[in-house]
Ligand binder design. Sequence first.
Ligand code: ZN
Length: 604
Amino acid sequence: MTTQLPPRWDLSNVYPALSSTEFEADAAKLNTMITEMEGLLKEKAAGTTGSEAVGELTTLASQLIDRFNQLLLTAGTLRAYIESFISTDSYNKEALRRESEFDTVGMKINQLEVLVLAWIGKVAPRLPEMFKAEPKLEAHRYFLEEYARQSKYMMSEAEEMLASELKLTGSNAWSKLQGMITSQASAEVEVDGEVKKLPSPALINLRSHPDGETRKRGYEVEDKLWTSLKVPLAAALNGIKGEVNALNRRRGREDAVHSAIDMAHIDRQTLEAMLGAMQDSFPMFRRYMKAKAKYLGKEKLPWWDIFAPVGEVKSDYTFDEAKEIILTNFGNFAPELKAFAQNAFDHNWIDAEQRDGKRGGAFCMDVPGVGESRILSNFDGSFDQISTLAHELGHGFHNDCAVKAGKTEIQKFTPMTLAETASIMCETIVTSALMKEVKNPEEELAILESQLNGDSQVIVDIYSRYLFEKEVFERREKAELNADEICEIMEKAQLATYGDGLDERYLQKWMWTWKPHYYSAGLSFYNFPYAFGLLFATGLYAIYQQRGPAFVKDYMDLLASTGEAPAADLAARFGIDIRTRKFWEDSLKVAEKRVERYCELAGY
Ligand SMILES: [Zn+2]
């Protein structure tokens, strides 16, 4: 039997090459579009008072929407094409140069967005008349109303422009520094009887090494490494959080969470309901951690054992086997989902081969110019990789539903909270099917471990990150925080969430150093949306189990419109009330059943 290598992706229908005339032409076109839109905004829109005739306002709004959609389409296509090279070959100098050129384009697009926001703010009271007069505006209602609402939290145009330019030397620079320091940091550690110099991501990955002593050594070496780098990293965090606080204050935001929930398309009541249910579930997750400790022969779980492997599962799937498993189970859910995945496999939308220079992990990206998606993964034959592939295909299907429904780029914009809906559904479809086929307790335990480890990260660890970030923002308002104070805040947050699920002597106070999520000025609280995504998709899956095939049409409509309404309204279509705890508690019950079975198998 010959085993074929996992496939590489094909983007030849997008552009022939990075150096092709087609690519150059689109890059030039994008620049022209930016200049023209800038002209339109500065010449025509700048003079708008809001008392113009409705026809005049409608024409301008239509033009702005068309141009913005066009611009996002072309920019998205160019960016995806460049990314397809960078992510699979980090040595590609031409792609790196193109990417850096694109940074400036990104800033210009941001500035255009500020001008659009300001203009919509000026015409906000006239929007109802404009919707009536022009169907295109009605079709973009959510975007326009949302921008009108957000425009209240704007400084003057001049201040916004200055802030956007200063970002490049402020938070963006700090964020790059954090990325540079953590990706170039390395340390020597003994692994499999050999002293090796490991880059920090590989060092962190030792936490899932099968040997307990190696995991512990990795933890100790990490402690020394981050101690030596704590000063510049604390400076970066202070710089970014300080800038966000200053801007929030000047924009009239209530607090740091305010803009994060707006970006997530949810409200405070929803966040509180979800966080409350999560908090109530901590004792259940701690039980899982205690059972895991017992399985590993320990009294309590030290931090370095959180990711320790448990049980044993088949790990030599070929890519073709993975493909068959996915197609069969997708087909059991809906013919549309199977057809989508079949097409993705047939047309090489997936880059699954592991190779030098290719980035780790997995992602799915839209290629709007051709109305398709591309998926990157690192297929190693493991069970986890099958579920990852199903997850990423779910993202692709989500995009496909929007494309097939004829949505524009603006309509397609989906907040992080809803972006994981289809991916987690697809992952659940495949893993629940495989769970039914398990042959022995060790295999069942391994699959449960993979699910519960993921669940507890998204519920317990994410909550600790939320608590941490909240306190950092609050205290940064008064003064800078030194590295030791930041570490204390992290340990406190971990104690409040993991509690006695872990050995309190060995927490991980350095979690803030290498997680890039804390270092994004544009996206604070890059944490609770993960929990929302998991619990929302889990709740939807439960509804699918009750309703069967009748669920599919509503579900596909939901996926097509995740950018066009607040999360609560979209959920209400399924009779779900996300502002009350009940929905979130029901979703968490799925994890509870897993914990029960896990404890049984682990003899706890
Ligand atoms: Zn995802």
